[in-house]
Design a protein around this ligand. Structure first.
Ligand SMILES: [Fe+2]
Length: 345
């Protein structure tokens, strides 16, 4: 085009297709659907946050997006895949009682009760559910995660978070996994709200992020995820050093797209079953000319949060992390505009 003669009208007749865009949370969002169906760009809690208060990352996953997302929505695997032998010996810091436990104690609880009971609640955005465990002191510990149509998840952390993981299909066999989170700029080592979060006592390697937010795949199938069999025998469940690569090892090694006709699902798959049913129902509805779910213009996506807590006697889990949760209101006052403390994992 630059070499076309100045008198040419070619430039007036050739156009490139363009889509509306919106920048928020370190990500450029676009709408690619029919113009007459366009909804407003969503605020996932990052629109009002200064650019250096959030971080977005992108990670390539070599398998079907649904498979990758199901791994994320499975609360039970934190009791297995990410565990290490020392978790049982974490000293009791007194937070095994109703309220918010330290992150270190959460690791202990996940290991202590490896068969959480699942309780699912449908919401306007999809559903949320609690993984319910009994602590060593006999209390009820809940991990609450959310599924947001069509491919967002918000995973439990102490005390609550709005951190999103988004599983965008690149094709049937490849997924771009985006994560966006707010961070504590006063102390970047401590992501999240003041005072309530401590780092995991065992430091699995953190995936490194390049200047564009891309996480290079250091541990892959072709290098066997760097698995250390000696470490697996003696120290960690997986033998893989990096936290997210432990997940990737499992979801990718199922094959690029898993044959679900061969599956036998159990009670610990309750959330995954719900997610599949909702997505299949939504897809059928859209195929028959109906509306996609959760597309109304006035829906407030900022209030979708996960949570983790030890319940008081008689306390219900459903209000935790919502706008009605007194702690959410209190944290919003401590860190104005954020209201979105995040634990990194
Ligand atoms: Fe995981």
């Amino acid at each position: 085009m630059p070499s076309e003669p100045p008198s040419s009208s070619f430039k007036d007749r050739v156009t490139a297709k363009a889509y509306p865009t919106h920048e928020s949370g370190g990500i450029v969002w676009t709408y690619m659907g029919p113009a007459d169906k366009m909804t407003p760009f969503r605020d996932f809690g990052t629109d009002a946050v200064e650019p250096d208060h959030f971080q977005a990352t992108k990670l390539h996953t070599a398998c079907n997006w649904m498979q990758a997302m199901e791994g994320n929505m499975d609360t039970s695997h934190i009791s297995w895949l990410h565990q290490w032998n020392g978790a049982a010996d974490i000293p009791d810091d007194g937070s095994d009682k109703p309220g918010y436990p330290s992150n270190a104690m959460s690791w202990k609880f996940w290991l202590h009760d490896r068969a959480p009971r699942l309780d699912v609640q449908d919401t306007w955005y999809g559903f949320k559910y609690a993984g319910i465990r009994t602590t060593p002191n006999g209390h009820t510990h809940v991990r609450i995660s959310a599924f947001v149509y069509p491919y967002h998840t918000v995973i439990a952390s102490v005390p609550f978070t709005s951190r999103q993981s988004i599983f965008v299909p690149m094709d049937d066999y490849n997924t771009a996994r985006y994560s966006l989170s707010t961070r504590n700029v006063e102390n970047p080592q401590r992501i999240g709200g003041p005072g309530l979060f401590v780092v995991a006592p065992f430091e699995f390697g953190r995936a490194e992020v390049d200047g564009n937010g891309i996480i290079p795949r250091k541990y892959r199938a072709d290098n066997e995820y760097g698995i250390d069999r000696e470490e697996q025998r003696t120290t960690t469940y997986s033998g893989v050093r990096e936290f997210v690569s432990q997940d990737l090892m499992v979801t990718e090694s199922m094959g690029p797209i898993y044959d679900r006709t061969q599956e036998r699902l159990g009670t610990s798959d309750k959330a995954i079953i719900r997610m599949r049913r909702l997505l299949i129902a939504a897809a059928k509805n859209v195929a028959e000319g109906g509306e996609a779910p959760a597309v109304a213009g006035d829906l407030d996506y900022r209030g979708i949060r996960s949570a983790e807590k030890i319940l008081d006697d008689g306390e219900q889990w459903r209000h935790l992390g919502t706008n009605e949760d007194p702690l959410v209101q209190e944290m919003d006052e401590l860190a104005p505009g954020a209201g979105q403390p995040v634990a990194g994992s």
